[in-house]
Design a protein around this ligand. Structure first.
Ligand code: CU
Length: 261
């Protein structure tokens, strides 16, 4: 039996990983697909799942000093997922986190990029992302009510919709929470990106154009990144590229944050 002293660091790692959370499942129109969880890297062979592999067993987040590094794309040292989630334009997609601490308030985003081929082999530095859903501050201050509170209340889940006329093809959806509980100090925000391979079927006609490399999304000095949650604020500037409403909004569709409430 191993001495207790040699087990303690391992226990600390496990509790940190559990405290932060990861997308351990994706539900599309009622069908469950496994996401990535860090324990899978110890399995042989590593299971083929649509969630991208990431080294997020340690502290579990990407800091602002790494926002221009490849780690911001799909989390730390991410490697392509080896399977696909199947969806259609208009599919309801739920990202199921295994847990999320209530203290980790902040914005939640969904971005999508075409793989222009196979997402299992695409070079992540070539992915150009379009933001198609977002939510952030809802009301109050110090710290106020945020969409992450709804995520926690909703059994750690976040539901979004595949763009309603999206052309068939292979896509990476990058779902992300940025936790702001320590963001009042420089380099204190915590990004938790999670990438998932999607195969979109159907007969949509809208292709993605433009898009932004994830390494250009955020700067450490952005007002929504360097932000004191524990102050008397009256608004919040959502970081990152603009939401592409033309991609996702059908006439009369409500804003995501309210949909989610
Ligand atoms: Cu944490």
């Amino acid at each position: 039996m191993a001495p207790l002293s040699s087990l303690l660091p391992l226990l600390a790692l496990v509790s940190l990983a559990a405290a932060h959370g990861a997308v351990h499942g994706i539900v599309v129109d009622g069908t469950w697909y496994p996401g990535w969880n860090a324990a899978m890297r110890y399995q042989n062979p590593i299971p083929a799942v649509a969630g991208w592999q990431a080294d997020n067993l340690d502290n579990g987040f990407v800091t602002p000093s790494q926002f221009s590094s490849s780690d911001i794309v799909c989390h730390k040292a991410a490697k392509n997922g080896n399977a696909y989630v199947t969806a259609r334009p208009g599919s309801k997609v739920t990202f199921q986190w295994n847990t999320w601490p209530e203290s980790h308030k902040g914005p939640v985003f969904d971005y999508i990029a075409s793989c222009n081929g196979d997402c299992m082999t695409v070079d992540k530095s070539q992915l150009l992302f379009t933001k198609f859903a977002e939510g952030a501050w809802i009301s109050g201050n110090d710290p106020g009510v945020w969409v992450t509170d709804d995520l926690v209340k909703g059994n750690f889940s976040w539901t979004t919709t595949i763009p309603s006329n999206l052309a068939p093809g292979n896509y990476v959806i990058r779902h992300e929470i940025i936790a702001l509980h320590a963001a009042g100090q420089s380099n204190g925000a915590q990004a938790y990106p999670q990438c998932i391979n999607f195969r979109v079927e159907g007969s949509g006609t809208q292709t993605l154009s433009g898009g932004t490399a994830a390494t250009s999304f955020y700067k450490a000095s952005d007002p929504g990144i360097l932000f004191n949650l524990y102050s008397k604020f009256s608004g919040y500037t959502i970081p990152g590229p603009p939401l592409q409403k033309n991609l996702v909004r059908r006439e009369g569709e409500r804003e995501h944050a309210r949909d989610f409430a």
